[in-house]
Each structure stands twice: as C-alpha cells, then as structure tokens.
Design a protein around this ligand. Structure first.
Ligand code: SF4
Length: 314
C-alpha cells in the first residue's frame, strides 16, 4: 500500500519502553504483521502528562462509570484531571486515524473490563481506562479494539474489515459528496452488511433509498448505523447465507458440475470443514469467467489485502 491507513495505538504495544516498570508490551502480530499494512500513531497518555519512566503503578478507584486514576500506593496522588485534559486536547489530532488498538487492562488505555478498586472489596472488572473512555466518546464510529482481543481470529478479522470500510468512508466524506456517492458506497457494502446483521442491511437499504434529509445529517446517521451493524459478528451461518445468495447470481451461467462444486464448497464451509477463503476464492474464480455487475462491486469479496490471510482462519 502506498498510502497506508493510520491506526492510533498504545505506545507500549509497539515495544516502546513506556510502562510504569520501564518495560513494554510489544505485540508480535502488530509489530510483525500489521506494521506492513498500517502506519501507527503511538500515544502513551501517562508519559504524555509527564509521568516518569519508571513510575509508581496507578489504578482506577471509585464508581466504575466515573472512576479516578490514582497511585496504587498513595491515593492522594490523583491523575484523573491531567489524563482527561490530555485526552480531550489530543482528540483533535486523531481525525486522520481509521482505527485504534488499545492496551487491555490498563487504567488509562484499557477499553473494556478494566479493574476499578473499591474501598476494601475486590475490584469490579467493568471499568474503562480514562483515555479510552474519551476516545470512544469523541469517535463513536471509530473501529477500536484491544490487543488481547485481536488474538481471536473472528475479532481480528472483524476489526480489520471495519478499519478498511471506515477508511473508505473517511475518503468519501473528505471530498464534496452527493447522494449518488453515498448510494454507490452503500451498494459496495451490501453483502458485507448482510453477513453481519440482516436487520441493518434492510434498514440501511431503506434509509439510502429514501434519503430525505440534508446530506450532512444523513451521512452521520448512516455511518453510525453502519459501524454499529458491523460490530455484530459475521457467523459461519450468516456467511454461508451470503455465499448462497451470491451463488444465486451465477446459477444460470455455471455448468451443473461447477454448480455442484460451488454448493459443496459452501456446505463444507458451513459445516466447518474449510475456512471462508475457500468458497470465496471459488466464487471469485467464477466471477472472472462470468462477470456480474452487482457482485463485482461488492467489497465483501475483496475487503482487505489478501496477504493478511484473515479469512484463512474463520
Ligand atoms: S497502557 Fe497506555 S498508559 Fe500504559 S504504558 Fe501503555 S500506552 Fe502508556
């Protein structure tokens, strides 16, 4: 890729020695694979507010939905305001990113299930790092994940797919755009939507067919619903239904033997005997011989660089 997509990231995941203990949390998948496809914008909120390396460990205390960030051994040392001020100030610099990978469990960067300590009791595991909370609030449509969750093949694939779609949306809306451009964008992602959330596929289809608001209002609602829909997991069953739907477009063109083979490949995928890449590759092969205007537009068949091999594992 020439113009690589930019992802925000917790600095320690890139191997930077910024943690409280002077170490890092280098993530191999990010540093060895994703680095070939994305540029990273590293941010360490704790170092950015002037905390030293090494430094005393901090954690969250108080109400899980409105916690404070304090030193674990000295509750009087409270960094809540500093981190929140830094996060708010930094948000304007993030308009160019198309996703964010956060360090799990961190009281500053953790996105989900971060420990929040109470007076004496065991901590709750339902907090959110202070920087992560402001990031999500300011960019509700931005694809966000934690490095630990990216070890799950389905979550990893889902995150990368969302990043590429979000990037395309950013490009579309960075220029003067019109109703036709939104319709074209929507058409490209119809099968993807179908694979994630059938209800949203229908709902967004109706919304686009009847755009009746000023585009500025419409496009905000559209991207909100689209990204929400893509958060739903695309299961084997849903993918198999989409593949079956695709096969419908080619039915009249394929020979009986080719049809049977494609059907068997879809069934094998549905049964968990082959990964998604197998029926997708066969479909693309047939589309090379029998181009279909609608299917050829679909980003579902080519969502991201194939070398990422994400569909070899789901
Ligand atoms: S988790 Fe966040 S605050 Fe902690 S070291 Fe990593 S980047 Fe810095």
């Amino acid at each position: 890729l020439n113009n690589k997509i930019i992802l925000g990231i917790s600095s320690c995941l890139l191997g930077e020695n910024v943690r409280y203990d002077g170490g890092h949390k280098r993530d191999n998948y990010i540093c060895d694979t994703l680095v070939n496809y994305f540029d990273f914008l590293p941010i360490c909120p704790e170092v950015a507010i002037g905390m030293s390396i090494p430094r005393p460990a901090v954690h969250l205390v108080g109400e899980p939905n409105n916690p404070s960030l304090v030193e674990a051994e000295n509750k009087e040392k409270n960094y809540t305001q500093l981190i929140q001020q830094f996060a708010s100030k930094t948000m304007d610099d993030l308009t160019g990113i198309s996703g964010y990978i956060l360090k799990s469990k961190s009281p500053s960067c953790g996105w989900r299930r971060v420990k929040v300590y109470q007076q004496k009791d065991m901590p709750f595991h339902n907090g959110q790092g202070l920087f992560a909370a402001i990031l999500e609030k300011c960019y509700p449509n931005l694809p966000i994940e934690e490095e630990s969750r990216l070890n799950d093949d389905k979550i990893r694939e889902n995150f990368i797919e969302r990043v590429f779609i979000y990037k395309k949306w950013q490009e579309l809306t960075s220029k003067a755009f019109c109703k036709e451009a939104i319709t074209a964008f929507h058409t490209q992602h119809e099968l993807t939507l179908m694979a994630h959330h059938l209800f949203s596929y229908r709902k967004l289809g109706k919304m686009v067919a009847a755009i009746d608001q000023p585009l500025e209002t419409f496009y905000q609602q559209y991207i909100f619903h689209l990204m929400k829909a893509l958060n739903h997991t695309a299961t084997k069953k849903k993918h198999a239904n989409v593949l079956q739907h695709c096969m419908g477009y080619l039915k009249k063109k394929l020979s009986p033997i080719d049809k049977e083979e494609l059907q068997r490949t879809i069934d094998n995928y549905r049964l968990g005997l082959t990964p998604l890449i197998v029926p997708i590759t066969l479909l693309r092969h047939h589309l090379n011989h029998y181009p279909n205007e609608h299917l050829n537009l679909q980003s579902y068949l080519n969502p991201y660089p194939e070398e990422l091999m994400l569909r070899n594992h789901i």
